[in-house]
Design a protein around this ligand. Structure first.
Ligand SMILES: *[C@@H]1O[C@H](CO)[C@@H](O)[C@H](O)[C@H]1NC(C)=O
Ligand SMILES: *[C@@H]1O[C@H](CO)[C@@H](O)[C@H](O)[C@H]1NC(C)=O
Ligand SMILES: *[C@@H]1O[C@H](CO)[C@@H](O)[C@H](O)[C@H]1NC(C)=O
Length: 279
């Protein structure tokens, strides 16, 4: 059964090692066992979005939990039948989760491990068109980038003043800021912001400062349709990744079936990019 609204992040459930053989995913996976699954998902999500429009941020993580949704922006058919892992390893998750401090080469290398291209990296980073990040993730770039004792020079000065106010040195690291100027709309504003030096996270702005990723950022900032096309392509590619390890379909996405009632997610939030949706 598919449960919703789980603040899992990008690679949370992806394998740390590269896939062996697993049955292919396909859109009709629940046609017999739960014919109403997609309707239920859509209905619950629609209600959630009315209650809290920012819940669209969770959409980007849905396909790992076999869900289908139309979020505004692009939509696509999600292949279903993904198994959740039988364990939850913090180490595995840490090894594969992109850090908000990462620079472009680190991100490119990480994505390459999953056969995701530079283009996929930039397009999928566009998921930061919605959501928020914590001050905790950016104070180093505001006050001590790379141990220089100085801010990241790629931050546009006015924007930096704004961030300094939001995230003063020694302030509450849990205060959040928008990841782009239209945090409730899935659009290409995120890329426009990067071009003007107004990316929130280091792992965002680095996509514009580094030459290998800059071209895609520029293109998406000028052409939203191209962004949507490449985003969908990347999501489908990412959705096809499977570990080949034994798995199960969790009754509760947060917990291994029969496992202790622990929240597998909270720890993963430490110093990680976060998106605004909370259950
Ligand atoms: C990213 O950081 C690594 C390790 O500090 C460094 O080797 C690499 O050159 C950096 N890449 C960019 C684009 O700055
Ligand atoms: C900046 O970072 C460097 C290296 O991590 C550290 O040695 C230094 O104390 C930091 N400076 C401040 C003002 O935090
Ligand atoms: C931020 O939130 C985390 C997790 O909820 C909590 O453990 C931590 O104490 C908070 N930090 C501050 C400075 O409030």
């Amino acid at each position: 059964m598919c449960l919703l609204l789980v603040p899992f992040i990008f690679f949370q459930l992806l394998p740390a090692t590269i896939p062996a053989v697993a049955p292919p995913l396909h859109p009709g996976y629940y046609a017999k066992s739960c014919p109403n699954a997609e309707y239920i998902v859509r209905d619950v999500l629609k209600k959630a979005m009315i209650r809290e429009p920012r819940s669209g941020a969770s959409v980007m993580r849905f396909q790992f939990h076999d869900c289908f949704v139309n979020s505004g922006g692009p939509d696509w058919e999600v292949k279903l039948g993904r198994k959740d892992s039988l364990t939850a390893s913090q180490e595995d998750a840490d090894a594969i989760m992109p850090s908000p401090r990462a620079n472009a080469t680190m991100l490119i290398d990480l994505f390459a491990k999953f056969d995701l291209s530079v283009k996929d990296l930039v397009a999928l980073s566009g998921s930061h068109s919605i959501g928020k990040g914590r001050c905790f993730s950016i104070v180093f770039r505001l006050y001590n980038q790379s141990g220089t004792g100085r801010p990241d020079p790629s931050i546009e000065p006015k924007f930096r003043q704004k961030l300094n106010k939001l995230c003063p040195l020694g302030g509450d690291g849990n205060v959040t800021g928008d990841l782009d100027f239209t945090p409730r709309v899935f659009d290409n504003q995120y890329f426009k912001d990067l071009v003007s030096g107004r990316g929130f996270l280091n792992s965002d702005e680095t996509l514009y400062t580094y030459w290998r990723t800059r071209e895609y950022v520029k293109r998406y900032s000028e052409d939203q349709d191209e962004f949507f096309r490449d985003f969908v392509e990347g999501m489908i590619k990412m959705g096809d990744l499977q570990s080949g390890r034994p798995g199960e379909i969790r009754k509760n996405c947060r917990v291994v079936n029969g496992g202790p009632p622990v929240d597998l997610v909270v720890e993963g939030y430490k110093d990680r990019r976060i998106l605004s949706y909370e259950t």
